[in-house]
Design a protein around this ligand. Structure first.
Ligand code: ATP
Length: 508
């Protein structure tokens, strides 16, 4: 059988690193093929080469047995290659149909397109209303728009980059049904994920990469999670141990917080109350878009519209205090968006230290102590195993997972009194995820109050002492993690908990 796609000896070098080093990859028609590898292994670079975003330095690409040169994403789509990126590119104020029309030739009739979208969505069991505005859609629905957009081009190869990181377990099941149907019709699928259980459940073949090279090709169904992990990182992920600790004093409290929308697409917060104690991790579960961002903005001081008494930190009412004021008193914050908010992409890793470490050790008499910030950056790179050229590397040149490790490292090394983290291990490989969770637990044991917002329930169950759920801008009562189970939390995620005023279901 002629393979659909064959890469031979592909190499791509960046100034500081060989991202792809003589990579071979073969994908058959109708095959669901996983690409697995630790952070910085070169997976995204390889996908960008296939999709025409990046040109390889050397090597050959064969499509249906013919050698090709993919010069741009448009050329890739012409060949029948579709890609769904991790970050969506949709305009909130336009409808689904209008968004999809943007990528099509001018003069495309919207009514015809709307029909085609509805037909394609139906054909693959993707629930979608073409006339809805994107700002009214949940994250899962936005992803369906991106998938339908790719499917309209009738792709013969579909590339998906970590597609499940933002989905509920139910939405993951639906996505898998769609992908299996596509594969049964002959479409090949390249599937990038760090989730070993998903790869085992879905994929026929798996190519494993490490340090830019292919280290193995296997059938994931015949592997265990431990053996896949060994292929990928050379070891099984370290075990994260969570020891119960006695309750201590309240460090961070939210008291009857209600807040209107800061912009039309925001979620209103309604009567939120909870406490986080020193030496405790409080996990907040929920599907994104249910008020997590708004709550974090209030807690971190980015949004100071709240009643002063709605937020208490270390014995003071801080609702109106700025982010800088809170940071100076020991609050730390890791936002969900790494580039742009967690780090400035154009600045070096050393310069990015200054986003949160602003004290005598880094700035003296108005001057930046360059040696000190470089030393600190070097220490974080070393301790967290960040793959980077060094403290002077631009933040934007790091792979997604490596930048995440760096940002977490930067905040953990401040030894904060309270740490607010959104999606701590998003896009991070299994080894690094275990390391990050252990560091967060060590911080807890040292007396820090941690608030962790995550869509990964397994993660929350692993590290949290207590859990609450956020749905439609309201929070559930807190429950001890030891007394909670997945079914209950899943039910709460729909906005249904005893005494909840929610009559509509949450954004799932
Ligand atoms: N534009 C760039 N400039 C410089 N270096 C880059 C660039 N893009 C990628 N790299 C480097 O190439 C290597 C491979 O990165 P890539 O993003 O392909 O890894 P990945 O396997 O997708 O990682 P992750 O799982 O963290 O997303 C990394 O060391 C990264 O720093």
């Amino acid at each position: 059988m002629t393979s659909r796609l064959a890469l031979k000896n592909i190499s791509k070098r960046y100034p500081a690193v060989v991202a792809n080093d003589g990579v071979d990859l073969t994908v058959q028609p109708g095959e669901i093929h996983a690409v697995l590898g630790e952070n910085g292994a070169g997976k995204s670079t390889l996908m960008k080469i296939i999709y025409g975003v990046t040109a390889p330095d050397s090597g050959q690409v064969f499509w249906d047995g013919q050698e090709i040169h993919v010069s741009s994403p448009a050329a890739a789509r012409q060949l029948g290659i579709g890609m769904v990126f991790q970050h969506f590119s949709l305009f909130d104020t336009l409808t689904v149909t209008e968004n999809i029309a943007l990528g099509l030739p001018q003069g495309t009739r919207l009514d015809e397109l709307e029909r085609r979208i509805a037909d394609t969505a139906n054909e693959y069991g993707l629930d979608l209303e073409p006339s809805r505005h994107v700002h009214t859609l949940s994250v899962g629905e936005c992803q369906r728009v991106e998938i339908v957009r790719a499917l309209l081009g009738r792709p013969r190869l579909l590339i998906l980059d970590e597609p499940t990181s933002v989905l509920t377990p139910q939405a993951v099941g639906k996505l898998f049904d769609t992908l299996r149907q596509l594969a049964s019709e002959g479409c090949s699928i390249l599937y990038i994920s760090h989730k070993l259980d998903e790869i085992r459940a879905l994929c026929h073949t798996c190519t494993v990469m490490r340090g830019g090279k292919v280290t193995g090709v296997c059938k994931p169904g015949e592997q265990t999670e431990a053996s896949l992990s060994r292929l990928m990182i050379g070891a099984e992920p370290p075990v994260v141990t969570h020891r119960p600790a006695p309750p201590r004093e309240k460090l961070l409290s939210v008291h009857q917080l209600s807040l209107g929308k800061a912009h039309p697409f925001a979620t209103e917060l309604s009567n939120i109350s909870f406490d986080v104690h020193a030496g405790e991790i409080l996990g907040i579960a929920g599907v994104s878009g249910n008020g997590q961002q708004e709550l974090l903005a209030v807690l971190s001081g980015e949004d100071t519209r709240a009643d002063p008494n709605a937020v208490w930190f270390d014995g003071q009412a801080v609702g109106r205090r700025s982010a800088a004021w809170r940071r100076a008193r020991g609050m730390a914050f890791v936002p969900e968006e790494r580039l742009g908010r967690g780090a400035v992409p154009e600045l070096s890793l050393a310069q990015n230290i200054l986003l949160s470490h602003q004290d005598n050790s880094t700035i003296r008499r108005g001057f930046i102590r360059k040696g000190e910030i470089s030393r600190l950056a070097g220490e974080i790179i070393e301790r967290f195993g960040v793959k980077a050229a060094g403290p002077q590397a631009q933040a934007g040149s790091l792979s997604g997972g490596n930048l995440q490790k760096y940002i977490i490292g930067r905040e953990v090394t401040r030894r904060p009194k309270a740490l607010l983290v959104a999606q701590p291990t998003w896009g991070v490989d299994v080894g690094a995820a275990a390391q990050i969770r252990s560091e967060l637990l060590a911080l807890r044991d040292a007396g820090c109050a941690l608030l962790i917002i995550s869509e990964e329930l397994d993660e929350l169950f692993q590290v949290s002492d207590r859990l609450i759920v956020i749905a439609k801008g309201r929070v559930s009562p807190a429950i001890k993690t030891a007394e909670a189970d997945l079914d209950l939390i899943g039910q709460w995620m729909s906005g249904l908990w005893a005494g909840s005023a929610a009559t509509e279901s949450a954004h799932v």
